[in-house]
Design a protein around this ligand. Structure first.
Ligand SMILES: *Cc1c(COP(=O)(O)O)cnc(C)c1O
Length: 414
């Protein structure tokens, strides 16, 4: 019989916009014994997780729990549960993940209107507000941090207008949650989707979400109880609005499973939940504000190093996403060859991009556990060496020095 080598993944420095490195505490948590899904010890851990998620999303919402599946499953659960086929949905698009919202909304049967901005820029909030007033959608879906372009859309005023126009606001905060402030209640966002594999530094596999009463009313108006669980036939009244099409990604059923009733749906992912709970514990021990400041510090050091080397940053700096830095690939350089050498020789991974930016930029993430002084300095040093190997005229030695200058500023000495 064929034998397979023992699992032994190489140590890596991961500087992509996800998945990123995971705190060893999280990996350890994931190796503990399994508990039954209705064991009070386990449901206690589920409740802890909900409580810590409310803190992370800065919300008083009752509903805050993870959807099992990667971040995309949370987006699909949100849109699929909120969009009744035929309803009008407005999607402002400024990168790949805006296109994903469009794609999913269309599959939900929505009548989608999109507005678009060139990659590397974002909308003036007034443009979005104008479209909401003109289109009168039932739902507005927008990305907070576009990892494909390294840009972040200001959302402060959008929620208020949605409320005024009786539209729901759904926000993809997958890239920003845990790295940049996401103010669910203050910005009046009705449903917010996060991810585990980016700034939370938990492996890919869950999508924490939260939603308020406005969103919950809509979701619960479409609720169906599974045939095998239902005590008696549904009443005719319950059939008025079409049911949520997906069974697995049905937020009405998921919220019942996460409620004290624990109405059985899927079987919760035991080890992933251990990991998420530990990741959230680490986040709250660090403190949200301290965590945001840490992400800003490593962004500054990385940007200073890139600029000092003589490379150019991509995108409008006034809307830069703090956790992803996009670097223009110098003319005549094979971006993929540089990435390959970084990985092969230094064990460092950075990302390329998609669509119109393919081959034009590298994307460097400073997210979660990967956002560290060591990782930023190593990446700058390695990138310089690899670029020199590729014949690029960089200002030798200056990148790492510029980053060190930032780290030596008095406010960061403790
Ligand atoms: C990474 C990402 C996603 C998709 O996340 P998966 O975990 O791969 O499903 C969605 N939206 C944004 C903005 C992202 O950065």
């Amino acid at each position: 019989m064929k034998t397979y080598a023992e699992l032994s993944p190489s140590p890596r420095t991961i500087m992509t916009p996800g998945p990123v490195e995971v705190d060893p505490r999280v990996l350890r948590a994931m190796s503990f014994p399994i508990l039954g899904q209705f064991d009070p010890e386990f449901t206690g851990l589920m409740n802890d997780t909900m409580e810590m998620l409310r803190g992370l999303f800065r919300t008083g919402n009752k509903q805050a729990y993870p959807v099992d599946g990667t971040s995309r499953s949370g987006i699909e659960a949100a849109l699929g549960s909120l969009i009744v086929p035929g309803e009008k949905v407005l999607i402002p698009i400024y990168g790949r993940f805006g296109h994903l919202l469009h794609e999913i909304a269309e599959r939900c049967g929505a009548d989608v209107t999109t507005i678009e901005k060139p990659w590397g820029t974002v909308f003036d909030p007034e443009e979005i507000i104008g479209s909401i007033r003109k289109e009168r959608p039932s739902l507005v879906a927008v990305v907070h941090g576009e990892t494909s372009t390294g840009c972040m859309q200001p959302l402060e005023e959008i929620g208020r207008i949605c409320r005024e126009q009786d539209a729901l606001l759904a926000v993809d905060a997958v890239a920003t949650i845990g790295g940049v402030p996401v103010e669910t209640d203050r910005w009046q966002m009705d449903i917010v989707i996060g991810g585990t594999q980016k700034c939370l530094s938990v492996p890919s596999g869950m999508a924490p979400i939260t939603y308020n009463d406005r969103a919950e009313r809509k979701i619960m108006s479409r609720k169906r109880i599974e045939r095998g669980l239902k005590p008696r036939e549904e009443t005719a009244a319950m059939r008025e609005i079409p049911a949520i099409r997906s069974n697995y990604l049905d937020l009405a059923q998921l919220q019942d499973y996460w409620s004290p009733d624990r109405l059985n749906h899927h079987t919760e992912m035991t080890s992933m939940l251990y990991g998420l709970r530990e990741g959230l514990r680490i986040l709250h021990q660090e403190g949200l504000e301290a965590r945001f400041a840490r992400h800003r510090l490593h962004e500054r050091a990385l940007m200073a190093g890139i600029a000092a080397m003589g490379l150019s940053l991509f995108g409008d700096p006034s809307c830069k996403l703090p956790v992803v830095t996009c670097v223009e690939i110098p003319d005549g350089v094979d971006g993929e060859s540089v990435r390959e050498m970084l990985l092969q020789r230094f064990g460092i991974e950075i990302a390329s991009s998609f669509g119109p930016l393919k081959g034009r930029i590298w994307r460097i993430g400073t997210m979660g556990y990967s956002a560290s002084t060591r990782n930023v300095l190593l990446s700058l040093g390695a990138l310089e060496a690899v670029l020199i190997r590729h014949g690029v005229q960089v200002r030798q030695g200056e990148g790492v020095q510029a980053a060190l200058e930032i780290y030596e500023e008095p406010e960061y000495q403790s």
